[in-house]
Design a protein around this ligand. Structure first.
Ligand code: UDP
Length: 296
């Protein structure tokens, strides 16, 4: 391993990107950028132009609840440069709070980023997934994005001792885009440990996207997606997720509802507080009216 590549636990510096996006809101205290695919690609291109690293988190309800119990994940999400609304849950919570936004699924943003790399001849590195999908994955991407320049690819299974060497290999290729498919929170921890090895790279944790692109796992059909029920399809297809999702999703929904209810109560209080002097004036006015009618 080269000496300059060392694992770190902090995202030291925040991005200098401020211009093309910045409608940042919060969901249960977690930042989220109200941005669509074109906007996100704009942010990615800007990072390349400015030779900055960019950590993209694709946030969903399950991740929010996981981060509430995991300080590391909490910190990593809060320090990410771009946080997109991946899940139906976060979009629902944002709408509940009055923000207009659509889902930007991580897998779609990753695919659009690959297309952009192919078009602009940007270098792509891939890490994650089972060893046997690595070849079909690269073939699928080359077929889908003609001219794509995949400079490095590594499966997602290694020992702690091997990790530094793997990162060393990847970083020497100086990828413009690094897709990390290790699942949450493994991929976020990985990026947190090694982001300094990729100072000019756009890094995205993409969960099970490699499995979908190779056809190993089927993505939810369009009907489920259009009804924002992709999570339900995953639950039906992969019932082992039930324990995690079955707790996380109701917890998220209850917290989001109570957050909005509290906000509305506070607004109502402020509103009636602001109006109370008016009410007392009206009272005085009514009293004067009564006195006048007594006089006549
Ligand atoms: N994975 C990996 N290394 C590991 C554990 C998992 O590369 O040590 C891969 C796994 O093969 C799969 C992906 O990480 O391709 C996780 O996909 P999943 O759909 O579970 O992720 P999620 O989107 O739920 O975070």
């Amino acid at each position: 391993m080269l000496p300059e590549i060392q694992a770190t636990r902090q995202f030291g510096e925040m991005s200098a990107l401020t211009t093309t996006y910045r409608s940042r809101q919060k969901v249960l205290g977690y930042p989220i950028d109200l941005i669509d695919e074109a906007g996100a690609l704009g942010v990615i291109e800007e990072a390349w132009k400015n030779q900055k690293s960019l950590h993209v988190v694709t946030l969903n309800a399950e991740m929010v609840v996981a981060a509430q119990k995991d300080q590391e994940l909490d910190r990593i999400i809060r320090h990410a440069h771009l946080i997109v609304p991946d899940g139906a849950g976060v979009v629902w919570a944002l709408k509940l709070a009055g923000h207009q936004v659509s889902r930007l699924p991580g897998i779609e943003l990753a695919a659009a980023s690959l297309a952009l790399c192919a078009r602009l001849n940007r270098k792509v590195a891939l890490i994650g997934g089972k060893p046997e999908i690595l070849e079909p994955l690269q073939k699928a991407l080359r077929d889908n994005y003609p001219g794509i320049n995949i400079v490095a690819a590594h499966n997602g299974y290694w020992s702690a001792e091997q990790e530094a060497e793997i990162v060393d290999e990847l970083s020497h290729c100086e990828p413009d885009l690094l897709l990390v498919a290790l699942g949450v929170p493994r991929q976020e921890y990985f990026l947190d440990r090694w982001h300094q090895a990729f100072p000019h790279t756009v890094m995205v944790g993409v969960g099970g996207s490699f499995d979908v692109w190779t056809g190993t796992v089927k993505r939810a059909p369009a009907l489920f997606r259009s009804l924002n029920l992709e999570w339900l399809y995953r639950l039906l297809k992969e019932p082992w997720r039930f324990q995690r999702m079955g707790q996380a999703l109701p917890s998220f929904a209850i917290q989001a509802l109570s957050e909005v209810a509290k906000k509305r109560l506070i607004e109502k209080d402020n509103h009636s507080g602001a109006r109370s002097p008016g009410r007392s004036t009206k009272g005085k006015h009514d009293k004067k009216k009564k006195e006048r009618s007594k006089d006549t």
